[in-house]
Design a binder for this molecule. Structure first.
Ligand SMILES: O=P(O)(O)OC[C@H]1O[C@H](OP(=O)(O)OP(=O)(O)O)[C@H](O)[C@@H]1O
Ligand code: HPA
Length: 270
């Protein structure tokens, strides 16, 4: 029989983000169990990452949001055959959590992922959206598609994704659920069907959302400090520059003076 001796611990992070945790000593090195709600809090939830200056949405707020969206979507798709498509990479965590909260469960619910990327390693959209060519669009025919995204910013990614699914997918319907809607940044008009939070015009990370591939793992959403942004940009620059130098030294690529200039320009933008 398991010895269930729960030890309460109170942990706090910036901005009143404070949660009561229970730690089961049987699983020693800090296996935390949440005192309320269904999802488990990890040790990370209780500790603010040093690169994060401000938490915008705590794990508890995200949990409430998942429950709200899960009920809305469950109601709307109750008797339908739905294919939930998470947009990679940023949508991986939100999509995985969302499907577990959809209630009632639709008649048939498939889950798939689709790679779309436009930000490269920087903080500004490149405006060019690369869509994954390996995805079998014909499999969507006659089904209801729900695209799940972490954030709508300029609106370019989802405009392209939805246009592609509508023109080539022959789905019965295509709707979009986004965790964050940063309306102030729109470059094209785009309205999501389900929105978690309307997000302020700040560069956010966490819960799947990255800056130069960093911070996707955070269980909350926050804003990185200026020092962290500068450090990560410098690291990305030196990695890119080192890769370029290696390729040139190994004679694997010929880089024209023009291209060297562009590389420098990209590096400055981070
Ligand atoms: O509305 P938009 O301006 O198009 O921005 C939104 C997109 O930007 C981010 O993806 P990113 O290109 O950074 O790729 P990732 O998902 O692999 O992180 C995010 O995950 C969205 O897909
Ligand atoms: O605020 C953001 N953070 C990270 N990636 C993004 N892609 C669009 N907006 C953002």
């Amino acid at each position: 029989m398991l010895l269930r001796k729960a030890v309460s611990a109170r942990c706090g992070v910036q901005g009143g983000f404070s949660v009561a945790l229970k730690c089961n000593p049987r699983f020693n090195s800090g296996s935390y169990v949440r005192t309320v709600g269904a999802a488990s809090l990890t040790k990370q939830s209780a500790t603010l990452h040093p690169d994060i200056g401000k938490v915008l949405y705590t794990q508890e707020q995200l949990e409430e949001c998942l429950q709200r969206l899960g009920s809305q979507i469950g109601r709307d798709y109750a008797d339908k055959h739905v294919v939930v498509i998470g947009v990679l990479k940023g949508g991986f965590m939100f999509c995985a959590d969302l499907v577990r909260h959809i209630h009632p469960v639709p008649s048939i619910m498939e889950v798939d992922f689709f790679k779309a990327s436009s930000y490269g390693s920087g903080m500004e959209t490149s405006g060019r959206v690369k869509l994954d060519s390996g995805f079998d669009i014909s499999s969507l025919s006659g089904k209801h598609v729900l695209v799940v995204e972490d954030i709508v910013d300029s609106g370019l990614t989802l405009t392209n994704v939805v246009a592609l699914l509508e023109s080539k997918g022959h789905a019965s319907s295509v709707k979009v659920c986004t965790l964050l809607d940063k309306r102030a940044r729109r470059k094209v008009q785009f309205e999501a069907d389900y929105v978690g939070f309307t997000c302020p015009d700040e560069f956010v990370v966490g819960f799947g959302i990255d800056y130069s591939e960093m911070y996707r793992f955070l269980p909350y959403i926050g804003v990185p400090t200026e020092a962290a942004i500068a450090r990560v940009a410098a690291e990305a620059d030196s990695t890119r520059a080192a890769r370029m130098r290696r390729l040139v030294e190994d004679n694997e690529v010929f880089v024209s003076d023009d291209e060297r200039g562009k590389e420098g320009e990209t590096a400055q933008r981070g």
